[in-house]
Design a protein around this ligand. Structure first.
Ligand SMILES: [Zn+2]
Length: 98
C-alpha cells in the first residue's frame, strides 16, 4: 500500500492532494507504508492549559522502500528500532515496534 506523506508534518493522504490539508505544504513523499527503522526522535511538549501537558514523540523513520517519513510514536523508541507503520483514522502516520 502506497500513501503520500507530507514532508513537513505527520499528515498522510491517500490519494494524493495538491496541498497538505494540515499545513499547506505541497511536498509529499510516496511511501510504501509497511516497515522502517527509527532514525531520529523529537519530543514535543504540548501546552494543554494544564501543568505537565501531553508529550508527543515524532520520529523520522527510514522506510524499507527508501523515503523518510515523519511518524508519531506511541512511546519513546531508540534510533535503529524497527517499526511498523500504519495509517491512523485521523490520517496521521503512526510507527510502533511489535
Ligand atoms: Zn503537512
Amino acid at each position: 500500500m502506497n500513501v503520500f506523506a507530507c514532508v513537513a508534518c505527520a499528515q498522510v493522504d491517500f490519494p494524493r492532494r495538491l496541498l497538505c490539508p494540515s499545513c499547506g505544504s505541497d511536498e509529499f513523499l510516496e511511501v510504501d507504508a509497511t516497515q522502517g527503522s527509527v532514525e531520529d526522535v523529537t519530543t514535543l511538549h504540548h501546552r494543554a492549559g494544564k501543568a505537565g501537558g501531553e508529550v508527543a514523540y515524532i520520529a523520522t523513520v527510514l522506510t524499507q522502500a527508501g523515503p523518510r517519513v515523519i511518524a508519531r510514536l506511541e512511546r519513546l523508541l531508540e534510533p535503529g528500532t524497527v517499526v511498523s507503520l500504519r495509517l491512523e483514522s485521523d490520517d496521521a502516520m503512526t510507527a510502533s515496534s511489535d
